[in-house]
Design a protein around this ligand. Sequence first.
Ligand SMILES: [Zn+2]
Length: 362
Amino acid sequence: MTKMDETLLMLKELTDVNGIAGNESQPREVMKRMIEPYADSITFDGIGSLIAEKKGAENGPRIMLAGHLDEVGFMVTRIDEKGFIFFQTIGGWWSQVMLSQRVTVTTSKGEEITGIIGSTPPHVLPPEARKKPADIKDMFIDIGAASREEAMDWGIRPGDMITPYFEFTVMKNSQMLMAKAWDNRIGCAIAIEAMKRLKDEKHPNIFYGVGTVQEEVGLRGAKTAAAAVQPDIAIAVDVGIAADTPGLSEKHGIAKAGKGPGLVLYDASLVAHKGLREFIEGVAEEMNIPYQYDHIPGGGTDAGSFHLAGTGAPSIAVTIPTRYIHSNAGILNRDDFENTVCLIVELVKRLDRQAVDQIKYS
Ligand SMILES: [Zn+2]
């Protein structure tokens, strides 16, 4: 196994930990422990988003950078008499990536119970059924319990969270990192790392490194976190679609893993603020940081809520192009993490009141 450096250990811990929307306590604890040493204060909004504040200038503009703490997963809705678990998807899932995947059920007492989404062997599937994707409504999780009573005895209750199981893996090409929950622990990692690198830097603003809750069910923590921060500028860091695998082309996406942070021009929740985007492009070009454009008409990010907070704040989403998001595991390129952190740090160093006013009214 590759010996992991400090960054890899951080990414491993952030992605291996489990937390779907409304159940973010584990990733929040990890993020809190990691960002606390570099922040002046840590607070929370009313539904659990974490807000780390670092004052570079007492009366400077408020710059908010946020990843979301929640990952896609499932929730127990009922246990049948044979001990099989039926569930609600939390976040967007495509049925074809679900069958036969290993999952973890976290009981209300915190015990983690291993299960698998059951599938039908091809031997007994009629030819017609083999051609059709399975229906999520028919899916169930097998935890090896013999009865409902046994599953209940083990502490499983309706409402418990279920998460994909996957262990963080550095691939043979050690730039390529495979993990569950890149969406969006990579955003949390960037917020932590940016605050760490700003520790001994001067910055003419108040910088907020934020972990929002409940993004995958509709950018909900983004609303409450932005109400708490009242940002002058807001940036969501999230995964984008890496359109660099077989079957995907420019028609589906324009970002590729390893080619730099993606500036999302347009998604279903936001038109990137033009002045902010141009300012970021200027910083990237000045510092020779690669960047690319992204375009996600079928998705949104927390920036969709940020830009409408209060009377409005110039906002943009910066993405790490990631393969196979919203499945058991995804792959991203470590260079994109590094370059995104560099870009954010350089940006924060430059966002004084004058620059923010210029962006706002451009
Ligand atoms: Zn997502």
